[in-house]
Design a protein around this ligand. Structure first.
Ligand code: G1P
Length: 289
């Protein structure tokens, strides 16, 4: 099974981060010194993905610009002897990476966004989806790599799962497992954003999906689901026997929320050798607040 393409839905308005997102796409907000979208591209690239398909809105030009060469800046940094900095802006996504942009004119839901990439995926091709809001810090294998390995061993499409607290569960797609063994769950069903009382488990689907091209046949454009949107959860439900859920190893930050975004900056900041000591003493100073 080869997985060479990733779909990155980035057309959303990012209203939770206004006014910061008035003219800057939320995916361009930095965690430490790197925009969120670059973490997603680097995660996929490390897992062997070569084509990055952005489902975007024409106003979000800075995402495209970020992945284009900036030879003027590159040469200037080299000229100034700043080779390390120059390397940080070169070949993001790997040598030969292909960037494709597909317009989603209206936000009609995640299922609709993914469906916009239908013509980019070949018959029976496997592909990955990353929601850049879900930033995941891992040790060795990143989540994309873990899920590709799972799909290979199980010969099924894969959903990333995380156990979520009761008061947060209604923000997610939630699975009803037939069985759970270790990190793997066989699925009985999945429901989008249930009320807590109706949630079939505490296992939520997180923003990583490994699909086969057949998923496009299950996206129902005529019958919107929860909140009037075309939900990917409903497409998954209609083919649920061909999926497994996988509880990944890693620490996830919901960078679609302000608190999650700030926590990500703290955690990634602490992981940065240059920032670690200063941040740590600042946090210690604040401990008794
Ligand atoms: C989307 C999906 C939901 C999933 C979540 C993960 O919701 O619809 O099933 O649990 O991403 O982050 P959104 O957060 O876009 O509302």
């Amino acid at each position: 099974m080869l997985v060479k393409k990733v779909i990155l839905p980035v057309a959303g308005l990012g209203t939770r981060f206004l006014p910061a997102t008035k003219s800057t796409p939320k995916e361009m907000l930095p965690v430490v010194n790197k925009p969120l979208i670059q973490y997603a591209v680097e995660e996929a690239s490390k897992a062997g993905i070569e084509e990055f398909i952005f489902i975007t809105h024409h106003t979000k030009t800075s995402i495209k610009e970020h992945f284009e060469e900036n030879s003027g800046l590159y040469s200037k940094l080299i000229e100034d002897g700043k080779k390390d900095l120059a390397e940080t802006i070169k070949s993001i996504g790997g040598e030969g990476a292909k960037f494709t942009y597909v317009e989603q004119a209206e936000p009609k839901g995640l299922g609709h966004a993914i469906g916009c990439a239908k013509d980019c995926i070949d018959e029976n091709e496997w592909f990955f989806v990353i929601l850049p809001d879900d930033l995941i810090m891992t040790k060795e294998l990143n989540v994309t790599e873990q899920m590709i390995a799972t799909a290979k061993s199980e010969s099924k499409q894969v959903l990333a799962l995380q156990r979520i607290d009761d008061d947060e569960i209604s923000k997610y797609g939630v699975i009803s497992p037939i069985s759970t063994e270790g990190k793997l769950s066989k699925l009985n069903s999945i429901v989008e954003k249930p009320d807590y009382a109706d949630a079939p488990s505490n296992l939520a689907s997180i923003g990583r999906y490994l699909f086969n091209q057949t998923i496009f046949d299950h996206i129902d454009y005529e019958n919107p689901g929860k909140n009037g949107e075309i939900q990917i959860t409903d497409a998954i439900l209609s083919d649920v026997k061909n999926f497994v859920g996988y509880e990944f190893d890693g620490m996830r930050f919901d960078c679609g929320s302000k608190a999650g975004y700030i926590k990500a900056n703290i955690e990634f900041g602490l992981a940065d050798d240059e920032l670690h000591d200063e941040l740590k003493s600042f946090i210690e100073e604040k401990k008794n607040l």
